[in-house]
Design a protein around this ligand. Structure first.
Ligand SMILES: C[S@@+](CC[C@H](N)C(=O)[O-])C[C@H]1O[C@@H](n2cnc3c(N)ncnc32)[C@H](O)[C@@H]1O
Length: 482
């Protein structure tokens, strides 16, 4: 029998059936949510400033590069109270964790795959540990003079790749070449590293580009074929931007020793997937980190100018993109490479098992696969799959290297594709428990992130949780070191 509501609202029955199909397709996620319900705690006191780079805008040193993907020095200071021992960040970005931890006198290490972040962290660490302001001031003056004089020799021109071509006005190209010649001829390694970083840090400001969401946006004045350019407003010359940055650096240097001058951290450039595997069992007391989110964000595109400054060729860009933790639709599976090269077979098996047996994750993947033909890009399925598998490994290794009584503090965002919520926080927490951690709390920010506008139109607005996870390695852990 058809009810009156169904007659007056054509299609209602189908819609209701679809809704209930969808609800039953969430069963595993709902179950997981119920299991973690008492540990998912909304913390009113948590601000976006605390978990983002906004908190570093006035922080001496860390303010030198607008690394929007970073978190605040205050978050790290707070985490330092949570466990003793050596501190690690396997996704160190510009080094907020190792720099602040080292400054507090802790043994600290940061792993970061992008040379951009390592360059920044090294410059801050050098400036905090003995490089003299007078030396930087004198060399900086000479650098500005050299940049102003420019250079025409091909060897010193900005080494563009296709995605950076025409990023600068012609005069800026000449000034950059002058600066590169000066740096190539400079023989004081530490001062050169700081000045080289200073030049890299102003490229965006002096260019026709702006880092914006997932890509670089381009100003209409660049001579590229643009579909929708923007007006960036006044663009300073390279030397003007550089002078401003050098002044900031000189102003900060006297304050740096107190903030970061305890123990210079170890800064390891490379993939966390390799470097974590090389760390000894039970050697780390505290990990404070924020991995790349599964949100299609491409670091190699956002930081294209900086990578090109560091002489990355087009092939190097491709290689780096694949080595990053999978977060884009272009990332291919790393399973074959890991099977072939990963030095710790037992951890790899542990991660594979945890990934395969994580029912809520498998539910998301099944659901996306069933809707594959409707997805705006079917490769989001492999994005979620690759991301979660790699993150399972990134959870399993800290379970091996964390000392009993140690902790992991991790900032992360949930994501959603085609209306399918991926509760990354719960999935990774469950995997962490299978690896031996106690998940103490998933602190939720009072305001999450909205889903992408295309998804909002189709699937309604849903706030995606932004969280800080707190994990503890029990003192008397019976979990085997994988
Ligand atoms: C959310 S950011 C972390 C920022 C950092 N907390 C800070 O304050 O600057 C994630 C970082 O992970 C890095 N990353 C991505 N894949 C990596 C990998 N396989 N190994 C190491 N670092 C990686 C990215 O380059 C990025 O800097």
């Amino acid at each position: 029998m058809t009810t009156i509501r169904e007659i007056s609202a054509p299609g209602l029955a189908e819609r209701q059936a679809a809704v209930s199909r969808k609800q039953s397709k969430r069963a595993k996620r709902d179950e997981l949510q119920r299991r973690f319900a008492d540990r998912l705690v909304v913390r009113e006191e948590l601000s976006r400033k605390f978990v983002s780079y906004q908190g570093n805008k006035t922080q001496p040193g860390l303010r030198w590069l607008r690394y929007k993907e970073g978190f605040s020095a205050d978050l790290v200071r707070d985490a330092l109270n949570k466990a003793d021992g050596a501190v690690l960040d396997p996704f160190a970005g510009i080094g907020t964790t190792p720099l602040i931890a080292g400054g507090a006198g802790r043994e600290a290490a940061g792993i970061e795959i992008m040379p951009v972040g390592i360059h920044a962290a090294r410059a801050i660490s050098l400036a905090a540990n003995g490089v003299k302001a007078e030396t930087v001031e004198a060399a900086g003056g000479a650098l500005i003079e050299a940049a102003r004089n420019g250079a025409t020799a091909g060897a010193f021109r900005f080494p563009h790749v296709p995605i950076t071509s025409r990023a600068f006005p012609e005069k800026t190209e000449d000034e950059i070449a002058g600066a590169r010649r000066f740096l190539a001829e400079s023989d004081d390694d530490n001062t050169r590293a700081i000045l080289d970083f200073a030049c890299m840090s102003v490229l965006e400001e002096a260019s026709y580009t702006r880092k914006d969401g997932q890509y670089l946006r381009w100003d209409n004045r660049c001579r590229r074929n643009l579909r929708g350019g923007m007006d960036k407003g006044p663009i300073p010359s390279f030397t003007a931007a550089l002078r401003k940055r050098l002044n900031e650096i000189l102003e900060d240097i006297p304050k740096l020793e107190e903030i970061y001058g305890g123990k210079p951290p170890r800064l390891l450039q490379g993939s966390a997937l390799e470097k974590l595997a090389a760390m000894p069992d039970r050697s780390i007391g505290l990990t404070v980190t924020s991995p790349p989110y599964a949100n299609r964000y491409d670091y190699t595109r956002t930081y294209a100018l900086e990578l090109a400054w560091l002489n990355f060729s087009k092939a190097d860009f491709g290689e780096l993109r694949q080595a990053l933790i999978s977060a884009t639709v272009e990332n291919r599976s790393k399973v074959n490479i890991l099977n072939w090269k990963y030095p710790r077979e037992s951890t790899l098996i542990q991660a594979k098992t945890a990934f395969r047996e994580q029912a809520a994750l498998q539910e998301v993947l099944d659901s996306l696969n069933l809707q594959k033909s409707e997805l705006s890009n079917p490769h989001v399925i492999r994005l979620v799959e690759n991301h979660c598998f790699e993150m399972a490994l990134v959870v399993a290794e800290p379970a091996r290297i964390t000392k009993p009584g140690g902790r992991v503090v991790m900032v992360n965002d949930n994501v959603q594709y085609h209306g399918e919520e991926v509760p990354v926080d719960l999935i990774l927490s469950d995997i962490a428990e299978t690896c031996g951690f106690d998940c103490e709390e998933i602190s939720v920010l009072p305001r999450g992130k909205g889903n992408a506008s295309q998804q909002m139109g189709r699937f309604g607005r849903r706030e995606l949780r932004k969280c800080i996870y707190y994990r503890h390695m029990p003192k008397f852990s019976t979990a085997p070191c994988a």
